[in-house]
Design a protein around this ligand. Structure first.
Ligand code: NAP
Length: 272
């Protein structure tokens, strides 16, 4: 059933993207997977390496078009690549916010724009946007990240409505903490403004690292994505993570007032 289905996935060099690419190749999909350097990409049967930087729009479009020609069009687009810039919003505005929006929002939207004409022509396709549980629980000092993920999540829902009556499915996958390279590669800004946010800034960074100790493995996200690719009618959004994040937290965000969610976040990130 999966034999020959063509997938384009960003961020296939580590973490969730690598786990998804590895699983899909093993299941018979043909996978075109990206990274900014070819040397970070895996060597696997059915895997086609693509060099792509989400912060370079022209090169990104060219890389996608070349891969699409090679593949004869994509059945599946998985917007997965991402990174984090950690800083108070006040510092972030002039030091990385636009780049975060490019990586996590405008880049993925551009890939959707490039993938849709082929999917509409064939009246079939699946678009998976890997956002974050931060959509429901915005993270302090990760405002750019949280905002970009929320924007992509919102666009996923709009797109689902706009594609009503077609055979194209869109799913928003919202991971909680997943044991990948993301935390180690997070860029922590330490500009002059940062000092004014101490000790909360340091406490929240330590809390984020502590939370990662209970993180689930990227293979769990990969299994979920595999199941979603075969679902006739996937749900608009799915949370994935450890039991607390996937079940308790998502229920909490539905039933608690935003004031209570805020209290919970202050407690989790040790803000006072
Ligand atoms: N891990 C978590 O706890 C967690 C939680 C919620 C959501 N997520 C989301 O899950 C997705 C995958 O993250 P991960 O945890 O697997 O992180 P990861 O291990 O750090 O992998 C990130 C991937 O994104 C690529 N990437 C980063 N910046 C890029 C850019 N500007 N252009 C192109 N590619 C870029 C990296 O490729 P290079 O080789 O080029 O660096 C790498 O393949 C992200 O969207 C992240 O926000 C993760």
């Amino acid at each position: 059933m999966n034999e020959g289905r063509k997938v384009f996935i960003t961020g296939a060099s580590s973490g969730i993207g690598l786990a998804v690419a590895t699983l899909l190749c093993a299941k018979g999909f043909d996978v075109w997977g990206t990274a900014r350097s070819v040397s970070r990409l895996p060597v696997l049967a059915r895997f086609h390496p693509v060099v792509l930087d989400l912060n370079e729009p022209e090169g990104m479009a060219a890389a996608f078009e070349t891969a699409a020609l090679e593949a004869g069009g994509f059945d599946i687009l998985i917007n997965n690549a991402g990174d984090v810039v950690n800083a108070p919003l006040e510092a972030l505005v002039r030091n990385g916010l636009r780049a975060q929006m490019e990586t996590l929002f405008f880049g993925p939207l551009e890939l959707i724009r490039l993938a849709l004409p082929g999917m509409r022509r064939r009246n079939t396709g699946v678009i998976v946007n890997v956002t974050s549980l931060a959509v429901q629980f915005p993270i302090p000092f990760n405002a750019g990240y949280s905002a970009a993920k929320a924007a992509l999540s919102s666009c996923s829902e709009c797109l689902r409505l706009e594609l009503t009556g077609t055979g194209i499915r869109v799913v928003d996958v919202q991971p909680g903490d997943v044991a990948t390279e993301i935390l180690r590669r997070t860029r922590e800004l330490n500009t002059a403004e940062c000092d004014s946010y101490e000790p909360n800034l340091s406490r929240s960074r330590a809390a984020e690292a502590g939370k990662m100790e209970a993180a689930c493995l990227p293979e769990k996200v990969a299994s979920l994505i595999l199941a979603l690719l075969s679902a006739g009618a996937p749900p608009p959004r799915v949370a994935v993570g450890n039991f607390f994040e996937a079940k308790v937290a998502t229920l909490t965000s539905r039933v608690l007032s935003r004031r209570m969610v805020e209290k919970l976040q202050r407690w989790i990130y040790k803000l006072s």
